[in-house]
Design a protein around this ligand. Structure first.
Ligand code: HEC
Length: 150
């Protein structure tokens, strides 16, 4: 399917994970921010379905949810490497590295919620999964994202 190929190509370009982790800090920051933008766009599209603005189609929802899950895994596993706290404009709070356990837990909630999203069977399931997922975004942003770039 065409869309799926585009998605896979975009993902490969974004996150050949080793390259991501080894990238210079400024590149890693730009990659993670781009990844987070992609994540937000795709979660937004699923939220529009959950709200009833777009009809529920299980195949389309599942394909997008799987993509969201892959993005979430790559961003959290490789996007915040040591030394990427500065080098490009960033809102990453230093606690990401000083409280690595807490950050890992917040990241784990995101990936768990995106995995669940990929298993929804109907509109009600999607509503619950999107709402839980958005809670994990907010939780991490409240604790580990600054309000302005530095
Ligand atoms: C584990 C922590 C964590 C989770 C979970 C998380 N984010 Fe973020 N997010 C961050 C951090 C940290 C930044 C700041 C990154 C930077 O500026 O380098 C950020 C930045 C962003 C940005 C701005 C990127 C830019 O261009 O500067 C968007 C959009 C975003 N997040 C969306 C989301 C969405 C949507 C979710 C949930 C589906 C989510 N995030 C979940 C930590 C998280």
């Amino acid at each position: 399917m065409k869309i799926r190929n585009v998605v896979v190509a975009a993902l490969a370009a974004l996150t050949a994970s080793a390259a991501f982790a080894q990238a210079k800090p400024e590149d890693q920051i730009r990659l993670r921010q781009g990844g987070l933008q992609l994540l937000a766009k795709n979660v937004g599209a699923l939220a529009a379905v959950a709200k009833g603005d777009v009809p529920f189609n299980k195949e389309a929802v599942t394909a997008r949810a799987e993509y969201v899950n892959m993005l979430a895994q790559d961003i959290t596993s490789s996007g915040f490497g040591a030394g990427s706290d500065k080098g490009w404009q960033t809102r990453a709070n230093p606690k990401i590295w000083s409280d690595a356990e807490g950050f890992k837990a917040a990241a784990g909630k995101l990936t768990a919620a995106t995995a669940k999203l990929a298993t929804v069977a109907d509109l009600n399931g999607l509503k619950a999964a999107v709402s839980e997922l958005q809670g994990t975004c907010k939780n991490c942003h409240d604790n580990y994202r600054d309000s302005s770039y530095h």
